[in-house]
Write a protein that binds this ligand. Structure first.
Ligand code: RIB
Length: 313
Protein backbone atom coordinates (compact mmCIF):
# COMPACT_ATOMS: atom_id res chain seq x y z
CA UNK A 1 0.00 0.00 0.00
CA UNK A 2 1.30 3.48 -0.88
CA UNK A 3 1.96 5.75 2.09
CA UNK A 4 0.28 9.12 2.21
CA UNK A 5 1.60 12.39 3.65
CA UNK A 6 -0.72 15.32 4.26
CA UNK A 7 0.93 18.73 4.43
CA UNK A 8 -1.29 21.44 5.93
CA UNK A 9 0.01 24.96 5.70
CA UNK A 10 1.01 27.99 3.72
CA UNK A 11 1.43 28.81 0.07
CA UNK A 12 2.92 32.11 -1.10
CA UNK A 13 4.05 33.74 -4.28
CA UNK A 14 7.66 34.83 -3.64
CA UNK A 15 8.82 38.20 -5.00
CA UNK A 16 12.59 37.95 -5.15
CA UNK A 17 15.17 40.67 -5.77
CA UNK A 18 18.88 39.85 -5.95
CA UNK A 19 21.24 42.40 -4.45
CA UNK A 20 24.84 42.69 -3.30
CA UNK A 21 23.71 42.46 0.30
CA UNK A 22 20.54 42.33 2.36
CA UNK A 23 19.65 45.87 3.52
CA UNK A 24 20.24 46.80 7.16
CA UNK A 25 17.35 48.54 9.00
CA UNK A 26 16.83 51.97 7.43
CA UNK A 27 19.08 51.19 4.45
CA UNK A 28 18.01 51.18 0.79
CA UNK A 29 19.90 48.81 -1.48
CA UNK A 30 19.80 49.08 -5.27
CA UNK A 31 19.07 45.51 -6.35
CA UNK A 32 19.33 43.78 -9.70
CA UNK A 33 17.00 41.28 -11.35
CA UNK A 34 13.49 40.59 -10.03
CA UNK A 35 11.65 37.27 -10.34
CA UNK A 36 8.58 35.58 -8.87
CA UNK A 37 8.62 31.97 -7.67
CA UNK A 38 5.97 29.69 -6.13
CA UNK A 39 6.83 29.40 -2.44
CA UNK A 40 5.42 29.26 1.07
CA UNK A 41 6.78 26.86 3.67
CA UNK A 42 3.86 24.45 3.44
CA UNK A 43 3.76 24.33 -0.35
CA UNK A 44 7.56 24.01 -0.56
CA UNK A 45 7.46 21.07 1.84
CA UNK A 46 4.64 19.43 -0.13
CA UNK A 47 6.64 19.77 -3.37
CA UNK A 48 9.75 18.33 -1.68
CA UNK A 49 7.72 15.41 -0.33
CA UNK A 50 6.18 14.67 -3.73
CA UNK A 51 9.51 14.96 -5.59
CA UNK A 52 11.15 12.65 -3.04
CA UNK A 53 8.82 9.93 -4.33
CA UNK A 54 7.40 6.81 -2.74
CA UNK A 55 4.63 8.55 -0.86
CA UNK A 56 1.43 10.11 -2.14
CA UNK A 57 1.43 13.79 -1.12
CA UNK A 58 -1.68 15.80 -0.36
CA UNK A 59 -1.84 19.42 0.76
CA UNK A 60 -4.42 21.53 2.57
CA UNK A 61 -3.84 25.18 1.62
CA UNK A 62 -5.73 28.45 1.35
CA UNK A 63 -5.47 30.77 -1.65
CA UNK A 64 -7.10 33.99 -2.75
CA UNK A 65 -9.17 34.30 -5.93
CA UNK A 66 -6.45 36.36 -7.66
CA UNK A 67 -3.73 35.98 -10.27
CA UNK A 68 -1.06 35.10 -7.68
CA UNK A 69 -2.81 31.79 -6.90
CA UNK A 70 -2.37 30.25 -10.36
CA UNK A 71 1.43 29.74 -10.47
CA UNK A 72 1.30 28.21 -6.99
CA UNK A 73 -1.42 25.72 -7.97
CA UNK A 74 0.39 24.87 -11.19
CA UNK A 75 3.68 24.22 -9.39
CA UNK A 76 2.04 21.95 -6.80
CA UNK A 77 0.01 20.02 -9.38
CA UNK A 78 3.04 19.62 -11.68
CA UNK A 79 4.96 18.14 -8.73
CA UNK A 80 2.15 15.61 -8.23
CA UNK A 81 0.60 17.08 -5.06
CA UNK A 82 -3.12 16.45 -4.61
CA UNK A 83 -4.74 19.70 -3.45
CA UNK A 84 -7.44 20.46 -0.87
CA UNK A 85 -7.84 24.17 -1.57
CA UNK A 86 -9.76 26.65 0.57
CA UNK A 87 -10.57 29.61 -1.69
CA UNK A 88 -11.01 32.96 0.05
CA UNK A 89 -12.19 35.69 -2.29
CA UNK A 90 -11.84 38.36 0.42
CA UNK A 91 -8.12 37.88 1.02
CA UNK A 92 -5.16 38.06 -1.37
CA UNK A 93 -3.04 34.98 -1.93
CA UNK A 94 -0.08 34.93 0.47
CA UNK A 95 3.06 36.69 -0.73
CA UNK A 96 6.66 36.79 0.46
CA UNK A 97 9.18 39.54 -0.23
CA UNK A 98 12.68 38.17 -0.41
CA UNK A 99 15.98 39.96 -0.76
CA UNK A 100 18.65 37.49 -1.86
CA UNK A 101 22.25 38.54 -1.43
CA UNK A 102 25.27 37.53 -3.51
CA UNK A 103 26.55 35.44 -0.61
CA UNK A 104 23.27 33.43 -0.67
CA UNK A 105 21.85 35.02 2.48
CA UNK A 106 18.25 36.13 2.44
CA UNK A 107 15.76 38.24 4.35
CA UNK A 108 12.08 37.29 4.02
CA UNK A 109 8.92 39.17 4.96
CA UNK A 110 5.65 37.30 4.53
CA UNK A 111 2.23 38.89 3.96
CA UNK A 112 0.12 35.84 4.92
CA UNK A 113 -3.17 36.96 3.26
CA UNK A 114 -5.35 33.93 2.53
CA UNK A 115 -3.10 31.61 4.56
CA UNK A 116 -4.84 33.02 7.64
CA UNK A 117 -8.16 31.67 6.35
CA UNK A 118 -7.20 28.06 7.16
CA UNK A 119 -9.60 27.01 9.91
CA UNK A 120 -9.84 23.86 12.06
CA UNK A 121 -12.89 22.60 10.12
CA UNK A 122 -10.94 22.60 6.84
CA UNK A 123 -8.88 19.53 7.72
CA UNK A 124 -9.78 16.79 5.19
CA UNK A 125 -10.53 13.20 6.25
CA UNK A 126 -7.35 11.52 7.50
CA UNK A 127 -8.14 7.96 6.32
CA UNK A 128 -5.01 6.42 4.76
CA UNK A 129 -2.71 9.24 5.93
CA UNK A 130 0.48 8.14 7.77
CA UNK A 131 2.11 11.54 8.45
CA UNK A 132 0.78 15.07 8.88
CA UNK A 133 3.40 17.78 8.29
CA UNK A 134 2.73 21.25 9.73
CA UNK A 135 4.51 24.64 9.89
CA UNK A 136 3.70 27.98 11.56
CA UNK A 137 2.62 30.24 8.70
CA UNK A 138 -1.04 29.36 9.42
CA UNK A 139 -3.21 30.30 12.44
CA UNK A 140 -1.84 28.59 15.55
CA UNK A 141 -5.35 27.45 16.62
CA UNK A 142 -5.72 25.59 13.33
CA UNK A 143 -2.24 24.05 13.62
CA UNK A 144 -3.15 22.80 17.10
CA UNK A 145 -6.54 21.49 15.95
CA UNK A 146 -4.96 19.60 13.02
CA UNK A 147 -2.28 18.09 15.27
CA UNK A 148 -4.91 17.01 17.81
CA UNK A 149 -7.14 15.45 15.14
CA UNK A 150 -4.19 13.58 13.63
CA UNK A 151 -3.04 12.28 16.99
CA UNK A 152 -6.59 11.02 17.71
CA UNK A 153 -6.69 9.30 14.30
CA UNK A 154 -3.32 7.57 14.87
CA UNK A 155 -1.56 9.71 12.25
CA UNK A 156 2.05 10.71 13.06
CA UNK A 157 2.53 14.47 13.43
CA UNK A 158 5.64 16.47 12.46
CA UNK A 159 5.89 20.21 13.06
CA UNK A 160 8.48 22.46 11.46
CA UNK A 161 8.35 25.36 13.95
CA UNK A 162 9.01 28.04 11.32
CA UNK A 163 8.72 30.98 11.45
CA UNK A 164 9.77 30.77 15.11
CA UNK A 165 7.23 31.40 17.83
CA UNK A 166 6.67 30.17 21.36
CA UNK A 167 4.58 27.00 21.35
CA UNK A 168 1.88 25.97 23.81
CA UNK A 169 2.72 22.78 25.73
CA UNK A 170 -0.51 21.31 24.39
CA UNK A 171 0.81 21.53 20.83
CA UNK A 172 4.17 19.99 21.74
CA UNK A 173 2.27 17.14 23.41
CA UNK A 174 0.64 16.18 20.08
CA UNK A 175 3.94 15.86 18.19
CA UNK A 176 5.92 12.82 17.15
CA UNK A 177 8.60 15.01 15.58
CA UNK A 178 9.70 18.64 15.90
CA UNK A 179 12.05 20.12 13.28
CA UNK A 180 13.77 23.43 14.09
CA UNK A 181 16.82 25.42 13.13
CA UNK A 182 19.02 27.00 15.80
CA UNK A 183 17.02 30.25 15.99
CA UNK A 184 13.74 28.36 16.23
CA UNK A 185 15.19 26.07 18.92
CA UNK A 186 16.10 29.15 20.97
CA UNK A 187 12.52 30.45 20.77
CA UNK A 188 10.62 27.18 21.36
CA UNK A 189 12.98 26.05 24.17
CA UNK A 190 13.05 29.44 25.95
CA UNK A 191 16.61 30.59 25.12
CA UNK A 192 18.56 27.62 26.40
CA UNK A 193 22.23 28.26 27.27
CA UNK A 194 23.34 25.41 24.98
CA UNK A 195 22.11 22.78 22.55
CA UNK A 196 21.92 19.99 25.13
CA UNK A 197 19.70 22.04 27.42
CA UNK A 198 17.48 23.03 24.50
CA UNK A 199 17.01 19.40 23.53
CA UNK A 200 16.32 18.40 27.14
CA UNK A 201 13.60 21.02 27.51
CA UNK A 202 11.54 19.69 24.61
CA UNK A 203 9.30 16.81 25.54
CA UNK A 204 8.81 15.47 21.99
CA UNK A 205 9.88 11.91 21.03
CA UNK A 206 12.04 13.08 18.12
CA UNK A 207 13.62 16.55 17.85
CA UNK A 208 15.65 17.43 14.76
CA UNK A 209 17.84 20.54 14.71
CA UNK A 210 19.13 21.76 11.37
CA UNK A 211 22.46 23.57 11.63
CA UNK A 212 22.91 25.09 8.17
CA UNK A 213 26.29 24.36 6.58
CA UNK A 214 27.29 22.19 9.57
CA UNK A 215 24.53 19.61 9.05
CA UNK A 216 21.85 18.45 11.44
CA UNK A 217 21.22 16.29 14.46
CA UNK A 218 18.31 14.24 15.72
CA UNK A 219 17.52 13.41 19.32
CA UNK A 220 15.33 10.32 19.32
CA UNK A 221 14.37 9.58 22.90
CA UNK A 222 17.88 9.45 24.47
CA UNK A 223 19.81 8.65 21.26
CA UNK A 224 21.64 11.28 19.18
CA UNK A 225 22.11 10.93 15.40
CA UNK A 226 24.42 13.32 13.57
CA UNK A 227 24.34 14.06 9.84
CA UNK A 228 27.02 16.42 8.50
CA UNK A 229 26.04 18.64 5.57
CA UNK A 230 27.08 18.02 1.97
CA UNK A 231 29.65 20.56 0.77
CA UNK A 232 28.19 22.88 -1.87
CA UNK A 233 28.59 26.42 -3.16
CA UNK A 234 25.26 28.00 -2.21
CA UNK A 235 23.43 30.28 -4.61
CA UNK A 236 20.10 30.63 -2.78
CA UNK A 237 19.24 28.98 0.54
CA UNK A 238 15.51 29.84 0.28
CA UNK A 239 13.46 26.66 0.94
CA UNK A 240 16.51 24.63 2.00
CA UNK A 241 14.81 23.89 5.32
CA UNK A 242 11.50 23.12 3.59
CA UNK A 243 13.25 20.73 1.21
CA UNK A 244 14.80 19.01 4.22
CA UNK A 245 11.43 18.62 5.98
CA UNK A 246 9.46 17.36 2.97
CA UNK A 247 12.16 14.91 1.90
CA UNK A 248 12.60 13.62 5.45
CA UNK A 249 8.89 12.90 5.95
CA UNK A 250 8.57 11.26 2.51
CA UNK A 251 11.45 8.90 3.39
CA UNK A 252 9.94 8.05 6.77
CA UNK A 253 6.47 7.56 5.27
CA UNK A 254 7.80 5.00 2.81
CA UNK A 255 9.34 3.09 5.72
CA UNK A 256 12.90 4.43 5.68
CA UNK A 257 15.01 4.46 8.83
CA UNK A 258 15.66 7.85 10.42
CA UNK A 259 19.41 7.87 9.69
CA UNK A 260 18.76 7.18 5.99
CA UNK A 261 16.00 9.83 5.93
CA UNK A 262 18.38 12.41 7.45
CA UNK A 263 20.97 11.59 4.79
CA UNK A 264 18.47 11.93 1.91
CA UNK A 265 16.98 15.12 3.39
CA UNK A 266 20.47 16.65 3.75
CA UNK A 267 21.32 15.74 0.16
CA UNK A 268 18.08 17.22 -1.20
CA UNK A 269 18.52 20.36 0.88
CA UNK A 270 22.12 20.80 -0.35
CA UNK A 271 20.99 20.52 -3.98
CA UNK A 272 18.19 23.06 -3.34
CA UNK A 273 20.79 25.59 -2.16
CA UNK A 274 22.54 25.47 -5.53
CA UNK A 275 19.50 26.74 -7.48
CA UNK A 276 17.36 29.87 -7.49
CA UNK A 277 13.90 30.10 -5.99
CA UNK A 278 11.82 28.02 -3.62
CA UNK A 279 9.87 25.23 -5.37
CA UNK A 280 11.95 25.70 -8.52
CA UNK A 281 15.06 24.66 -6.56
CA UNK A 282 13.76 21.40 -5.06
CA UNK A 283 15.38 18.27 -6.56
CA UNK A 284 13.61 15.04 -7.42
CA UNK A 285 14.32 11.51 -6.25
CA UNK A 286 16.70 10.74 -9.15
CA UNK A 287 18.86 13.81 -8.51
CA UNK A 288 19.10 13.03 -4.80
CA UNK A 289 19.98 9.39 -5.54
CA UNK A 290 22.68 10.48 -7.98
CA UNK A 291 24.28 12.65 -5.28
CA UNK A 292 24.03 9.85 -2.71
CA UNK A 293 25.62 7.40 -5.14
CA UNK A 294 28.70 9.61 -5.60
CA UNK A 295 31.02 8.48 -2.79
CA UNK A 296 33.34 11.44 -3.40
CA UNK A 297 30.56 13.87 -2.42
CA UNK A 298 29.35 12.13 0.74
CA UNK A 299 30.33 13.95 3.95
CA UNK A 300 33.36 12.15 5.40
CA UNK A 301 34.56 11.18 8.87
CA UNK A 302 36.24 14.60 9.28
CA UNK A 303 32.90 16.37 8.73
CA UNK A 304 31.26 14.00 11.20
CA UNK A 305 33.95 14.68 13.82
CA UNK A 306 33.66 18.45 13.29
CA UNK A 307 29.88 18.29 13.73
CA UNK A 308 30.18 16.12 16.85
CA UNK A 309 32.73 18.55 18.34
CA UNK A 310 30.55 21.54 17.59
CA UNK A 311 27.42 19.92 19.07
CA UNK A 312 29.37 18.86 22.20
CA UNK A 313 26.62 16.43 23.21
O1 RIB B 1 11.02 28.82 3.69
C1 RIB B 1 11.01 29.64 2.54
C2 RIB B 1 9.65 30.24 2.34
O2 RIB B 1 9.37 31.11 3.42
C3 RIB B 1 9.52 31.09 1.11
O3 RIB B 1 9.15 30.35 -0.02
C4 RIB B 1 8.52 32.15 1.54
O4 RIB B 1 7.31 32.07 0.85
C5 RIB B 1 8.32 31.95 3.03
O5 RIB B 1 7.16 31.28 3.33
Amino acid sequence: MTSTVLVAGSANLDFVVRAAHVPAPGETVLGREFQTFPGGKGANQAVACARAGGAETRMLLALGADDFAKPIETSLIDAGVQLHTVRDAQLPTGTAFICLSDDAENAITVAPGANMALQPEHLPALGGVQWLLLQLESPLDSVLAYARAARTAGVKVALNAAPAQELPAELLAQLDMLIVNEGELAVVAGNPPDLATGLERLDVPCVIVTLGARGCLARVDQRILLQPAFRISPLDTTAAGDTFCGTLIACLARGGALDRALLAASAASALACTRLGAQSSIPDHAEVNALLADATRLPGADAHAALAAWCAL
